[in-house]
Design a protein around this ligand. Structure first.
Ligand SMILES: NC(=O)c1ccc[n+]([C@@H]2O[C@H](COP(=O)([O-])OP(=O)(O)OC[C@H]3O[C@@H](n4cnc5c(N)ncnc54)[C@H](OP(=O)(O)O)[C@@H]3O)[C@@H](O)[C@H]2O)c1
Length: 163
């Protein structure tokens, strides 16, 4: 099983503010998210599950929580830890960890790849993507996009793989 992380962050590493994305909508980033993750199961923290911007996969989704009685909607499975979610996916070709900050922090040391959208601006945040070094992950590709009529800020798609 390949463990992949996918996230979008600003230049100051913000990924969320009050449970929402800190920047104006970037439709091309949503499209890239669904293209990259197509057909794979997803793992998310309970707080990310519990946001208006929640993302999910038709293949299946795991919600990590310490609350044993936490009820999740159809298409989602409650698990008590990241390890439990990964164990449930051990026969999958690839699984995507989709956030938020706490779950990225726990899963980054296990990541085989990271799809990171860099949003070119400084945005206020209360959740941040963890720091990592090239010793852990090496940049394999980068695509840059300017702001346009649908995208208020420029952004880049970065793909890292385990060093
Ligand atoms: N830009 C992006 O790509 C992106 C992606 C996803 C999310 N976000 C943003 O990130 C923010 C949410 O991130 P967050 O760090 O606050 O929360 P989170 O990582 O989504 O979820 C944290 C929750 O996960 C559960 N959890 C964490 N570690 C656990 C463990 N070891 N065992 C069992 N359960 C565990 C706990 O749930 P319980 O409290 O229920 O026990 C904890 O409160 C939001 O603003 C969201 O919009 C951004």
């Amino acid at each position: 099983m390949k463990i992949s992380l996918i996230s979008a962050m600003s230049e100051n590493r913000a990924i969320g503010l009050n449970g929402r994305l800190p920047w104006p909508s970037l439709p091309n980033d949503w499209a890239n998210f669904f293209k990259v993750t197509h057909g794979c199961r997803m793992i998310m923290g309970r707080k990310s599950y519990d946001t208006p911007d929640r993302l999910s996969s038709e293949a299946g989704n795991f919600v990590i929580t310490r609350q044993e009685d936490y009820a999740v909607e159809e298409g989602f499975t409650r698990v008590g830890s990241l390890a439990e979610a990964l164990d449930a996916c051990k026969n999958d070709k690839e699984v995507f960890v989709i956030g938020g900050a706490e779950i990225f922090h726990q899963s980054l040391p296990l990541a085989d790849s990271l799809h990171l959208t860099l949003v070119h601006g400084v945005f206020e945040g209360d959740a941040f993507f963890p720091e990592f070094s090239e010793k852990e992950l090496t940049l394999k590709s980068r695509e840059d996009f300017p702001a346009d009529a649908q995208h208020a800020v420029p952004y880049s798609f970065l793909v890292y793989e385990k060093s």
